[in-house]
Ligand binder design. Sequence first.
Ligand code: ZN
Length: 160
Amino acid sequence: MPANDSLVAAGVVVSPADLAALPQAHKIASPKEFIFGGNATFTIRSRKTGQRFTFKVTQKVDDATRERRDLFFVGVLTGSDNVGSYTYLGTISQGHYRHGLKSSIGPGAPSAVAFKWFIENLSSPAVEVFHEGRCGRCGRKLTTPESIERGFGPECASLI
Ligand SMILES: [Zn+2]
């Protein structure tokens, strides 16, 4: 997929007003590490449209062995309740996003297009990711500035 200009600045905060519009947003030093932490909630933003999407990426854990697999489920926040109202979007494996056949959201929907672009451009410096103060691995609230900067609590950080 060619780079989509409309989303080149996904996640980039362009002014203090933008930052204010993302309450409790903390910029992550290493987006890739955070996204694949196992239980990551984060917001990206399109500079062109101003549209924001909040995603939740959770890792598949084997029921029997408790081993973490290279399979991540992607949900997009679709309701007003920013804890529970996530709609299944698709999966990521080997770093590639695959839109879910069973998703109620079409592959051409803005949230799906934005996420696909985002995953394919994770290493681009144009991509900035903001989390909401919760650990990317276990989802617990982060309390120290060091943890908030990295996006992981000390215990989880030592396991990554
Ligand atoms: Zn944690």
